[in-house]
Ligand binder design. Structure first.
Ligand SMILES: Cc1cc2nc3c(=O)[nH]c(=O)nc-3n(C[C@H](O)[C@H](O)[C@H](O)COP(=O)(O)OP(=O)(O)OC[C@H]3O[C@@H](n4cnc5c(N)ncnc54)[C@H](O)[C@@H]3O)c2cc1C
Length: 403
């Protein structure tokens, strides 16, 4: 990835746009769609196919209930216990990297009551707003992506976990949520295919779920209908500050000239922030999803194993298990033990579905914020620094799922 200054360089321009969007995941296609709606000319560039990154096979949950930020009191202690277990929900591959060290310090600093309490209403409003937009888009664009609004069962298999779940439910109640605390028996009346090892649950009935891949590909079609030009299999190799009003996006297929650029490159975002000379506390985090054909005894309501941090989501004709977070940079190697742990963590909280299901395992990288910036100070700083570079505006959305 190169950063070049324009002096003395001749650039053969191929295509122009008011905005160039880099990355064709859920964030990129939605940004392109909404910008095109305002009448701007938009070009989107994606290094693979549309929706070939993290948006492809995530857990598919749309969950305002996830308004507790990941950095929270107690998380560091828990993370230290997990640190050395190869199949734990969280794994750090420690390496000599000042960016990772900086990220860890910021993350640790955010694990306090005050930042957590400030983040909750921001996350709540953002995810409720997202949920409303999903429903608006379904009607406006006729989207069909196995969307269902059946809620989410946060399941616990230990008494200490269940007690913590009840405390979190109380906290979220103070922020306007209406979680229902249900013991195992009552939860199984609601979802008969919940596993017998579950001793208690917290049920959030407003949450929804769907198929991320279908949503993103259909949104890219809707964006094209609005005039967005989409270049797939076109990796952005560098950025060139053209003049005070333009930025040149260099790709293998030619150059693109934009008045604005939006970086929605997910886990690869730091490659761009580096060349733009800004530091945002975001690290790639590796997760796994395992998908099987939906068995007869599949739950209808998505279930989250809160202790193992694994989601089990029925998506159309499939059942998906997704989870774990591994900090090992931009490494997409599949670790069988961690993939197995995801499957086991999911199976622990649902009925015995079948003895030998054929599994499709995938590895994903997503961008993890070290902390959430509730007052958007971070974003404002970022934008003003980028202004110094010349382009009218450069926006960076690392695309973490809000937390
Ligand atoms: C296991 C797992 C489960 C998850 N479950 C959920 C869930 O249930 N609910 C939820 O809300 N979130 C979930 N997430 C998070 C969610 O999937 C991500 O936050 C979201 O998909 C990020 O979207 P994105 O568009 O930012 O990134 P991506 O989908 O990764 O898209 C980024 C795109 O940028 C492209 N790109 C990168 N570099 C370049 C370049 N140089 N040139 C051109 N293109 C480039 C990539 O190819 C990629 O297609 C989960 C994540 C994981 C790992």
């Amino acid at each position: 990835m190169k950063s070049l200054r324009s002096e003395g360089l001749t650039v053969s321009m191929k295509e122009k746009g008011d905005v160039i969007v880099v990355g064709g995941g859920v964030v990129g296609v939605c940004v392109a769609y909404y910008l095109a709606k305002t009448g701007m000319t938009v070009v989107l560039v994606e290094k693979g196919e549309i929706c070939s990154g993290c948006s492809y096979a995530n857990a598919g949950l749309i969950t305002p209930s996830h308004s507790l930020p990941i950095p929270a009191p107690g998380v560091i202690k828990q993370a230290c216990k997990w640190l050395l277990q190869e199949d734990s929900p969280l794994l750090f591959r420690l390496r000599l990297d000042w960016r990772l060290a900086y990220w860890l310090v910021r993350f640790a600093a955010a694990c306090r009551e005050q930042p957590m309490n400030r983040a909750i209403p921001v996350l709540r409003d953002l995810s409720r707003g997202s949920l409303d937009l999903f429903e608006e888009l379904i009607l406006a664009e006729g989207l069909s992506f196995d969307y269902e609004r059946l809620g989410l069962l946060c399941a616990y298999t230990t008494h200490s976990g269940y007690e913590k779940g009840k405390r979190d439910a109380e906290l979220l109640t103070r922020h306007g949520f209406a979680p229902r605390v249900l013991d195992g028996k009552h939860a199984r009346e609601l979802e008969p295919n919940l596993g017998t090892s579950v001793i208690g649950t917290v049920y959030f009935e407003d949450d929804a779920h769907g198929n991320g891949y279908d949503f993103v590909t259909q949104m890219s079609t809707a964006a094209k209908r609005l005039g967005v030009k989409i270049h797939t299999n076109t990796a952005v190799a560098g950025l060139l500050i053209e003049d005070s009003n333009h930025i040149c996006v260099k790709t293998e297929g030619g150059d693109l000239l934009g008045r604005n650029i939006v970086i929605t490159a997910g886990a690869w975002t730091s490659q761009f922030t580096k060349i733009l000379g800004v530091e945002i506390p975001v690290e790639p985090g590796k997760g796994y999803s395992v998908t099987i054909d939906r068995p007869d005894l599949s739950p209808k309501i998505p279930v989250l194993n809160m202790e193992k941090k694994v989601a089990v989501t029925p998506i159309g004709k499939r059942l998906r298990f997704a989870g774990t977070m591994e900090f090992s940079g931009l490494d997409l190697t599949l670790n069988e033990r961690r993939a197995d742990a995801v499957l086991r963590g999911g199976l622990e909280v649902i009925s015995r579905i079948c003895e030998s299901a054929e599994c499709r395992t995938l590895v994903w990288l997503e961008a993890m914020y070290a902390r959430w910036s509730p007052d958007h100070r971070q974003n404002a700083r970022l934008s003003s620094r980028l202004h110094c570079y010349g382009p009218r505006d450069a926006w960076i959305h690392p695309g973490s799922h809000h937390r």
